[in-house]
Design a protein around this ligand. Structure first.
Ligand SMILES: [Zn+2]
Length: 282
């Protein structure tokens, strides 16, 4: 029986997409745009995900050009997920933008975690920061104190003007060592040019994980030929709705890969379950 935990999905609010950007999303997943009621309520979304074989789902707010990622969109995610245990909301913020507005990222994080039950933090370095910059340390200290995982977008991005240099996995090494109790997740596993480095970081550091979202699963062993060596550190993520086929299709591909059954079970369920328990995500 197919049952998985999806560690990387995005909630999309159609009304917040401009006429310019909407076709991009529509091309990525025509099925969703023909069945838009899937995202019209949490109960619809949960039913859809269950049908795809998903037991728990970590949700991030998606990019919206009319309402960019900020408090408003995170509050939308909070309200959407509220009361549905299978939907696990992670906070997406741009720490440099928060600093520019005269506030502190750690205060914003604390408020969302304590008042709105956010379970994790998602950061997007390609907008213009290295993960190990010193001004971010109080943010990581707060995440460690609140016992929440921090996910970084580590790899190429579909959005314009994003810089891949900020996604070099080597910059996570400082954090892994300076914050031994912090769970660090490399979303997209170094997509593009950093697969080897991402692999090595996950292998060398107990607290660094890879989520395979946004990678065609059929190519998984091409990107990570020694995947078995880090079988405890790999998390299934779909990056839905930015995928051409359904989540279930991706799960089926992973089940067909020449990996040990125990490794597949870890990737699809057990590793995520361990993090859920460690960080009280449900
Ligand atoms: Zn994503």
């Amino acid at each position: 029986l197919l049952e998985a935990i999806d560690f990387h999905l995005h909630l999309i609010n159609i009304e917040w997409l401009s006429e310019d950007i909407r076709p991009t999303f529509e091309n990525l997943n025509p099925f969703l745009f023909n069945n838009i009621s899937i995202v019209s309520s949490a109960s619809n979304l949960c039913n859809y995900l269950k049908g795809e074989g998903i037991k728990y789902a970590v949700f991030l707010m998606s990019y919206h050009d009319l309402i960019p990622l900020n408090e408003v969109s995170n509050e939308f995610l909070y309200k959407f997920c509220k009361g549905y245990d299978m939907l696990i909301p992670f906070l997406s913020i741009e720490p440099w933008a928060i600093n520019m507005s005269g506030r502190r990222g750690e205060d914003v994080l604390e408020r969302f975690v304590k008042d709105m039950n956010f379970k994790g933090l998602k950061l997007h370095p390609p907008t213009g920061f290295f993960p190990n910059e010193e001004y971010l340390y109080p943010l990581y200290r707060k995440a460690e104190e609140l016992n929440i995982p921090v996910m970084f977008h580590i790899g190429s991005s579909i959005f314009p003007n994003m810089k891949l240099k900020y996604c070099d996995p080597i910059y996570l090494e400082d954090l892994a060592i300076d914050f031994p109790d912090l769970t660090i997740i490399m979303a997209h596993g170094g997509r593009g040019i950093y697969y080897n480095k991402a692999f090595l970081m996950a292998k060398l550091h107990d607290n660094i994980y890879i989520d395979i979202s946004g990678l065609p699963p059929i190519n998984l062993l091409k990107y990570f030929p020694d995947l078995e060596e880090i079988s405890d550190k790999v998390l299934f993520g779909s990056d839905w709705p930015s995928i051409p086929k359904g989540i279930k299709e991706n799960l089926k591909v992973i089940l067909s890969l020449p990996l040990k059954d125990s490794t597949i079970e870890k990737i699809l369920f057990k590793n995520a379950e361990r993090l859920i328990n460690k960080h009280g995500l449900i």
